[in-house]
Design a protein around this ligand. Structure first.
Ligand SMILES: NC(=O)c1ccc[n+]([C@@H]2O[C@H](COP(=O)([O-])OP(=O)(O)OC[C@H]3O[C@@H](n4cnc5c(N)ncnc54)[C@H](OP(=O)(O)O)[C@@H]3O)[C@@H](O)[C@H]2O)c1
Length: 264
């Protein structure tokens, strides 16, 4: 029997949670289109290679409209509809808001919000027209906390956590499901890239990205609304919901303020 394999798209699949999500797609029998901004996306695709699986790696900056265009061109060239979409690409930004160049801030916003929404809009329309598809958005428990010294990142994740449920509601009865994965600190390149590796937040014990990806993947397949990975993070998100924002922001300062190792 010659069955056509279904197609999954994973953004931010060169490392960390996205790489593990892509691995799960391969294990579960999907062909995949992976995308990330650096050439590592090609070496990641080589590592994902498995007999019978078609992997197309796209190097594109999803913070730019042209990057999203490039991803869509790869999807069009495949000619199969997207069955699973993992809107996972994202980046952090440590240090004080006023201490970063605004260009860096814009790049985080354009990656985490504008580019993510552009991908969701374009692929979401195709899914709705077809009456089927599953979407997983990688939000974060960071979205529950005003993130002093990572303010833009946490706010961007608050946006995604919130947006995800609204889109899910708009698409109910459409055949398309939307799930938000909200990880806690996870052992990936994220902290190094955000310049927060040497803060208490960067140095704390973290979850295994493979564990986090499995939780997100399964929640998406079950059509759940959201999932926080791990019991500790679940507890933290419950506490965050009943703690005053002022207090949360002060706690986050203690975790993310730079130069805490400097002698007084
Ligand atoms: N690690 C954590 O503690 C944690 C916790 C909660 C949520 N998250 C979220 O999980 C997602 C994955 O992060 P991770 O922890 O796995 O970190 P990671 O290892 O740094 O992975 C981030 C991925 O996103 C890609 N990416 C970043 N900016 C991009 C852009 N402008 N265009 C295209 N691709 C881009 C990166 O590729 P390039 O290097 O090629 O740009 C990489 O593949 C992010 O949305 C992050 O916010 C992480």
């Amino acid at each position: 029997m010659n069955t056509i394999r279904e197609l999954a798209v994973v953004t931010g699949a060169s490392s960390g949670i996205g790489f593990e999500l892509a691995k799960l797609c391969v294990i579960e029998g999907y062909d995949i289109i992976t995308v990330a901004n650096e050439p590592e996306i090609h070496t990641a695709a080589e590592k994902l290679a498995a007999e019978g699986t078609r992997i197309t790696a796209v190097e594109a900056d999803l913070a730019e409209k042209s990057g999203v265009d490039k991803l869509m061109a790869a999807i069009d060239a495949d000619s199969r509809p997207v069955e699973l979409l993992f809107a996972n690409a994202g980046s952090g930004l440590g240090e004080g808001f006023l201490d970063r160049d605004f260009k860096e801030i814009e790049h985080v916003l354009h990656t985490n919000i504008t580019g993510t929404l552009d991908v969701l809009h374009r692929i979401g329309m195709q899914m709705r027209a077809r009456g089927r598809g599953r979407i997983l958005i990688t939000g974060s428990i960071a979205g529950f906390v005003p993130g002093s010294f990572q303010a833009v990142y946490n706010a961007s994740k608050a946006f995604l956590n919130n947006f995800s449920f609204a889109l899910r509601n708009e698409l109910k009865d459409s055949g398309v499901t939307v799930t938000c994965l909200m990880p806690g600190p996870t052992d990936t390149e994220f902290f190094e890239r955000a310049d927060i590796a040497d803060t208490p937040l960067g140095e704390m014990k973290k979850d295994d990205p493979a564990f986090v990806a499995r939780i997100g993947f399964d929640a998406m397949m079950e059509g759940e609304g959201d999932v926080v990975s791990g019991w500790k993070n679940k507890l933290q998100s419950v506490i965050a919901n009943v703690t005053p924002s002022e207090m949360l922001a002060e706690q986050h300062r203690k975790m993310a303020e730079p130069d805490q190792h400097k002698p007084a």
